[in-house]
Design a protein around this ligand. Sequence first.
Ligand code: IMP
Length: 194
Amino acid sequence: MNKDLLDVYGELGQEIQEILISEEALRSRVRELGRAISQDYAGRNPLMIGVLKGVLCFMADLLRAITIPVEVDFMAVSSYSPEARDQGVVRLMKDLESPLFGRHVLFVEDIIDTGLTLNYLLKTFRAREPASLEVCVLFDKPKHRLIDIPVKYRGFELPDRFVVGYGLDYRERYRNLPFVALLKPDVFLENRKG
Ligand code: IMP
């Protein structure tokens, strides 16, 4: 069954070792998260913030699973040098358009690994004095966590493996896959050679 599905994706499908989370499992978990957020934030007109580009599939589906009035905004960041990245410091490429002061802010993230990026961004958001600030993350890889991040909504816990699909990329490929998958090891080796 997976083989037929991978065949649909041609050259991308051939680079996949295993599907970890199916499209159906993603859909049903995202709906549950949407229901929980709709209940918890009723009457509070929350502002959902996402960081481009990894969050794009999750944000689009989560928004449509929410049944209360909600606003959305995006920022774009890029890493500095590897040393700066080790401290989670990122360069702001596109700031938010909405002021956070006094707002109920829900930070929506695709994946947390070390937690450094998220920790840095949360600090900058807190400085803007929102009324509340919570985190919703779809994929949690707890193995390498360096900083404890309070996560209010969590989709799936993942093993310590590099995953692609549903917005997540490897060298800008695979974001369009509707499932989450592991790549074959030779995909990484090929890139190292090139
Ligand atoms: P952290 O600062 O280590 O938590 O890094 C989180 C960021 O690393 C995410 O926002 C992703 O951009 C990237 N990342 C971490 N793990 C993966 C993965 O398995 N696939 C794709 N990107 C990942």
